[in-house]
Every structure is written in C-alpha cells, then in structure tokens.
Design a protein around this ligand. Structure first.
Ligand code: FES
Ligand SMILES: [Fe+2]
Length: 462
C-alpha cells in the first residue's frame, strides 16, 4: 500500500489569506452551516466555477466528428464539439450576432457546420466563422473574421471524461491532475461506456449532496446490507479513512481499498467483527451482490454471477483467488480488456470541485453535483453507471434515463444515499445547527475539500 507520506509533490492551491472569506473554515473540524445555504456565500462561490477544471461530458456523448453536447453550470452554457481530428473543442454557447445558443442538448452538426437557427450565421467545427448572412449590412469592423469566430473555453480529455475550464490562465490541465493519475491511470476508465445515466434535482445545496458520497462512515447506518464488517467496538478507522491528507487542487482519493485488494494483503484492514464470525469473503460477497442488485454498477452482471457461484460452493479461504482468476478468465473469453490488478488503483476518488467516482474491476459508479443557477438550496445531480464492454462494442451515445436504463426506483442502493440529502439540507438550515461536525480521518475528504474551497474563495471572490 502506498503510504500517504510517499505521495508525489503536487502544486496545491495554498497560502492565500482566507481571513476575509465569509463563513470560512477556521476550525477544520467544524464546517459553518451557512456555507450550505447563505445566498451571499453562494454568490461568492460562483467565482470558483469560472476558474476550476470541471467535468463537461463523457467522451461517448460526442463520439464522432461533428457531434456536440451542451454543458451548463450556473448561468453559463458551453458547447463541446468533436473535431475532425478526433480532439474536442469547447466554445461559449452563443452566436456572435445576437447571442442565440448554438447548441441545445446533444446532437450532430451535419456537413461540418454549426448553424445559428436565428439568422443562419455559420461556423466550422473548429469555431472559425464560415458565413455571415448579408455581411454588407454590418459595419465592417464588427464582423471581421476575428470578431465572429467563436470564443473558446479550455478543454482536456482524460479517463474517458471531457473537462473544461473557463479561465485561460487556469492551472494547466496536466498539472491539475498531478498526483491523481497514479491512482486513476490503468483502471481502464477510457475504455468504459456509460451503461445508464440518471439526473436528479435535489432540494439541497450542491455540497450537501456531494458530501453524502464523501465518506464510508455512513455505510453502517445507511447501507445495512453491506455493513457486515464494522461494529462500533470493532471499528477500524483505517479501513475506511485512508484518504490522501493533503490538498492537491482539492482532489482526493482512497488508497487501495479493502474491497478491491482484499485478497492482496490488506485483509487485516477488513478484519470482521469476531462475534459475527464474518469473513472477508462474506463482506465482499454482500458488497458485490448489493452493488449489482441495488446500483447496477461498481460491478457487472457477470462478476456478480461468478461471486455467487464461488460463494455457494467453495470455502471462503479460496474465495478471492478463485474470484479474480474466474473474472479475468471470463473477461478474456469475452474480449473485455479488464485492467490488470495494480496496487496503486483506488476505489474512490473526487475531483474538485464536484465529481466523485467509485470504481472496481473495470466498472464504476460516478457522480457529479452542480449548483442550481440561482438557488443555493437546490442542485442538479448526475449518476452514471459505467462498465468496460467487449472490445469493438459500438458506442451508444448516453442519454439521461434512457429506455434500457434501470429506473430510478430500481437503484435502491443509490437511493439509500440520496434519501439523506434533502433531510440533511432541512437540518443544516435550522437555526439550531451551526456547524457540520466532522471526524478528521473518517471524513477527511470533506475537511480537505472545504479548506481548498476557502483557498479558491480567497483567491478569486474578493
Ligand atoms: S442570432 Fe445568430 S445569426 Fe442572428
Ligand atoms: Fe453510500
């Protein structure tokens, strides 16, 4: 296991004076409640979005040249367009004439031309203007080529996701991820397809919503089906709190987990409550079965079947060896390029400011939380199931709540988490609640995240 102290150095956002930040985190273990509902805080927080790398879409939303999708955050709209050379460009989604949005939702620009639906101005996929209707009707300097080309936002592609940044002077894309890549590369992310996608508007601040997925401490109460392994008196904090404890641009990830590497020497972390006589195999089996039945992600139908076969028929001591060898053999047979096991993989990560992924063996459940454009007490939340399909599988452009997706009601495991979100907002806003009281190790991701937010606020919002 990689020790936290061995992690590579990163360029962190640090050293800014936060004394003028309203409701700043002055005690890192007490997060002021106003940060989750105060309108003035919300207004300041908007500046963060104009400077951070953030998730725009999955690459399969725009698989072919000319494909576009719209990304919205707060009052901003961006169109992401697949170029003829396979790269992706991002543009402010506004016609250079009178501002009409050029993209709405997802689609394809036929003939390599973006066409404004209002008066028919046109652009090449790379944003250069190709046609201004009745150009002679305009004062020449207002329609010079440079004036009518589309202004770009920065774009980067990594791990199968397209990321954007509004700020041309932002930290370079590669630098933004320094330190994270060792945990995320080689997980096969770029080979995953979206298996389902749900988008929910919650009556809760976007941070309340995402923090519901920022720790494993809630598992005992919220997910009784997988809480076999920790009773209060047997609790081993290290097994679920092994997150990076520094602030590389606010991203966080877990060290190799008890789940993914339980068969590779970290079983000590997963030592079950002796009184319950549960084995690591019991835990893993409960986990994988629950994930498949209640989340249809973080594992696959076939992996769940294989776990079933072994758990029912073989001694627990051989469960992991058998499981991994059968899963890899099955994948090879079906031409699924599962990533090899790698001790540096993570099973849980967050990208500042709003992206969270849970990962296991070529599968993922991934989340994105975005603020409502005007209301601090509402947010837009995306849930994606992802899986590596057999090589050569045709890309299906993902759609929210597609017909073949599990329904929201089917995803009862995800709902166990979701059910806490609006209740948390209700309580956080009451006058009797002044602080979120967080545990330094168990909720380290939350601590880290708010400290970085204050750095951004100090840097950009004054
Ligand atoms: S607003 Fe786009 S062409 Fe007029
Ligand atoms: Fe959960």
């Amino acid at each position: 296991m990689t020790g936290l102290q061995e992690r590579p150095a990163v360029t962190a956002i640090t050293g800014y004076d936060t004394s003028a930040v309203p409701f700043r985190v002055s005690d890192e273990l007490l997060i002021p409640a106003e940060r989750y509902y105060d309108q003035a805080f919300f207004e300041k927080e908007k500046s963060v979005w104009m400077h951070t790398w953030q998730h725009g879409c999955h690459v399969t939303e725009i698989p072919n040249p000319g494909d576009f999708t719209e990304y919205k955050v707060l009052d901003q709209s961006v169109m992401l367009i697949r170029q003829t050379d396979g790269t992706v460009k991002g543009f402010y989604n506004a016609c250079r004439h009178r501002g009409t949005a050029l993209a709405s939702g997802t689609g394809t620009y036929r003939g390599g031309q973006v066409v404004c639906p209002f008066h028919g101005w046109r652009w090449n996929l790379n944003g250069t203007n190709s046609y201004v209707y009745t150009k002679q009707g305009f004062r020449p300097d207002t329609v010079e080529q440079a004036e009518v080309n589309l202004p770009e936002v920065q774009v980067g592609v990594r791990w199968g996701w397209v990321w954007i940044n509004f700020d041309p002077d932002a930290i370079p894309f590669e630098e933004n991820w320094r330190g994270v890549e060792e945990a995320l590369d080689n997980q096969g992310f770029e080979k995953m397809h979206v298996t389902w996608w749900h988008q929910i508007e919650f009556a809760a601040n976007w941070k309340v919503a995402q923090e519901a997925f920022f720790e494993a401490y809630h598992v005992m109460q919220t997910h009784p089906e997988i809480a076999l392994f920790q009773r209060d008196e047997d609790f081993n904090a290290a097994s679920m709190a092994n997150y990076a404890d520094y602030k590389p641009q606010g991203h966080t990830w877990a060290d190799p987990s008890i789940i993914q590497h339980i068969g590779e020497g970290s079983a000590e972390d997963a030592k079950p409550a002796a009184a319950d006589a549960k084995t690591p195999a019991d835990f893993y089996y409960a986990n994988i079965t629950t994930m498949w039945e209640g989340a249809q992600s973080m594992t696959s139908a076939r992996q769940a079947e294989i776990a079933d076969e072994i758990y029912e028929t073989l001694p627990h001591e051989v469960f992991f060896d058998e499981f991994y060898s059968r899963v890899y053999a099955d994948a090879a047979e079906r031409n699924i390029p599962l990533p090899p096991q790698n001790p540096k993989m993570t099973n849980h990560w967050t990208a500042f400011p709003n992206f969270t992924g849970v990962i296991s063996l070529g599968c993922s459940l991934t989340y994105r939380s975005r603020p409502h454009p005007t209301d601090p007490n509402r947010c837009i939340y995306d849930f994606w199931g992802l899986e590596i399909p057999p090589e050569g599988t045709a890309v299906t452009r993902p759609q929210i709540a597609a017909e073949d997706a599990p329904t929201w009601d089917d995803l009862w495991f995800v709902q166990q988490d979701a059910s806490n979100i609006e209740r948390m907002q209700t309580g956080v806003q009451t006058n009797g609640h002044k602080f979120q009281r967080v545990a330094p190790e168990l909720e380290k991701m939350i601590v880290n995240w708010h400290q970085v937010l204050d750095q951004y606020l100090a840097k950009y919002s004054s």
